[in-house]
Ligand binder design. Structure first.
Ligand code: SF4
Ligand code: SF4
Length: 274
């Protein structure tokens, strides 16, 4: 027992300081891309040619863009660009409230807006979510699982995943929504009491990701449940747990402002946000 207590004291708290302090990311982490359209050579389409999901828009023009809802963050476009117009950075703040806001241009982040005051009052201190794995590779589910571990500890914000939609305030969808999972997703939504949130996590759930265009998939959660809009899009393939945390906390109004909190670079404050 004494040795257990000693070990516990030696290890201290393993939970990341985010959102009050910096978060740790591995060296290979790719976050939001910065796009310098001024460098983009007229007529060049090298980046678009290598992109496996047609996420690059306006290649060879002054309107160069990357649709983060389609992007797999593979980095091929950055490698292919002969002019250095695309540079993936370490900005983990990728979530957005609308599909249009996921289209990145320039180097200015577009941060997810919070719910309205009444929805913040209802969900702000306790949000229970039911997760539906609607096909995909299970990478997004692994990262969602990681948000509950001791390092990221989503539960400290009152956000938890629950076993039944009857106990949930919202549904988190991963995967491109295969025909086999469509009924299950719709029934889960119907069983979730209103008011409720619909959250799409990962490129598959947002656009179909690498499965887009498959005859047995719906290309994501948008429109999968008739007339139900997605409340929050969290891009990535899969998204890092801090990207998921950041999106959820911004939705709930628990994180505001535009500080970028990273280890190594410290806190980079006052980046302009649209
Ligand atoms: S990083 Fe994204 S935009 Fe670039 S090639 Fe890969 S999927 Fe396409
Ligand atoms: S978005 Fe990527 S990681 Fe997530 S389920 Fe699809 S292929 Fe897997």
């Amino acid at each position: 027992m004494i040795s257990i207590l000693r070990t516990r004291l030696r290890l201290g708290s393993q939970t990341i300081a985010y959102p009050d302090g910096p978060a740790r990311f591995p060296e290979r982490f790719r976050g939001r891309p910065a796009l310098d359209a001024a460098r983009c050579k007229a007529g060049c389409a090298e980046c678009a040619a290598v992109c496996p999901t047609e996420a690059v828009g306006g290649a060879g023009t002054s309107d160069l863009s990357i649709d983060l809802g389609r992007c797999l963050f593979c980095g091929l476009c950055q490698e292919a660009c002969p002019e250095g117009a695309i540079a993936f950075g370490r900005d983990y703040r990728l979530a957005a409230r609308t599909r249009e806001e996921l289209v990145a241009r320039g180097d200015v982040p577009l941060l997810a807006q919070a719910l309205g005051a009444e929805m913040q009052r209802v969900f702000g201190r306790s949000l229970k979510l039911r997760q539906v794995s609607a096909a995909g590779c299970n990478g997004c589910e692994a990262e969602l699982n990681a948000t509950g571990n001791v390092q990221f500890d989503l539960g400290r914000f009152g956000v938890q995943f629950v076993a039944s939609p009857r106990h949930a305030d919202g549904v988190v969808v991963t995967g491109p929504v295969s025909e086999n999972m469509l009924t299950g997703l719709r029934k889960t939504w119907e069983a979730t009491p209103a008011p409720r949130l619909l959250i799409a996590v990962g490129a598959c759930a947002i656009s179909g990701g690498p499965f887009a265009g498959s005859p047995v998939c719906r290309d994501g959660a948008v429109g999968a449940i008739d007339g139900v809009p997605v409340d929050l899009f969290i891009p990535g393939c899969p998204p890092h747990p801090v990207t998921i945390l950041d999106g959820l906390l911004r939705l709930l109004g628990r994180v505001q402002g535009n500080d970028l909190r990273l280890t190594g670079t410290g806190i980079v404050a006052a980046e302009p946000a649209r």
